[in-house]
Design a protein around this ligand. Structure first.
Ligand SMILES: C[S@@+](CC[C@H](N)C(=O)[O-])C[C@H]1O[C@@H](n2cnc3c(N)ncnc32)[C@H](O)[C@@H]1O
Length: 218
């Protein structure tokens, strides 16, 4: 326990010193070092991106040549060289329309898209509920990823009974699906990441319908 807290403090301090908005930045850096997901000229959608650590890493790993759109229901202070920050709930269609309009406005709709989703619900402390809510956010993110025909999709996921179902769904849309726990992530936590690549390009219709239904239920 003591060791884990120390590790957490270490990365929080490091983030502050190095100008990153959150220690989550180091998780994404470690994931990119392993899976090499970023390319210059991508359109990167950073769902649930506040306070902005993931976007900062995406920017740095692409030498500021990618278009980066951060979406979160929390307000985010401007981040240098991030294309646009959209405040909104990702489960609401209005937010997705705003995102789409913004991508078109910046003229980057024809670029390769990738979607990052580091979503955590407001935790209630009731594990089953928190797990179900988090999986739901990951599923909505998958729907968004599929809607934009993203070639790669990265999502956080809390381990639990719905984990396998989520993996199966992601496999419908991506050929390569890997489960990875970055070293920065506390080993005791239920959090892990799924990195899905080689999108099958089956978007814009099928999963979007499921996504609308899911969003309406919310
Ligand atoms: C762990 S934080 C993300 C950290 C971020 N990746 C970073 O690098 O700084 C989880 C975020 O999920 C956001 N979130 C949770 N539910 C959401 C929803 N329905 N729509 C938009 N954002 C949501 C929270 O506001 C919170 O900022």
């Amino acid at each position: 326990m003591f060791y884990l807290r120390k590790k957490r403090d270490f990365y929080s301090k490091k983030a502050k010193q190095e100008g990153f908005r959150s220690r989550a930045a180091y998780k994404l850096l470690q994931i990119d070092k392993k899976f090499n997901i970023f390319r210059e000229n991508q359109t990167i959608i950073d769902l649930c991106g506040a306070p902005g650590g993931f976007s900062q890493i995406a920017r740095d790993q692409t030498q500021s040549k990618a278009a980066i759109f951060l979406v979160d229901m929390a307000r985010v202070r401007p981040i240098p060289k991030i294309t646009e920050i959209i405040q909104g709930d990702i489960t609401q269609l209005d937010t997705i329309h705003l995102l789409q309009e913004s991508i078109i406005k910046h003229g980057v709709e024809h670029r390769e898209h990738i979607v990052l989703a580091d979503c955590s619900p407001n935790v209630s402390g009731h594990w089953v509920t928190d797990h179900a809510r988090q999986i739901w956010l990951a599923e909505v993110s998958l729907g968004i990823s599929n809607y934009f025909l993203a070639s790669a999709f990265l999502t956080k996921v809390f381990h639990g009974e719905y984990f396998k179902d989520l993996i199966a769904k992601i496999k419908e849309y991506y050929e390569v699906v890997k489960v990875h726990k970055p070293p920065t992530s506390r080993s005791s936590s239920a959090e892990t990441y799924i990195v899905a690549t080689k999108g099958k390009g089956r978007g814009k219709v099928k999963y979007n319908i499921a996504f609308l239904l899911l969003a309406d239920e919310g």
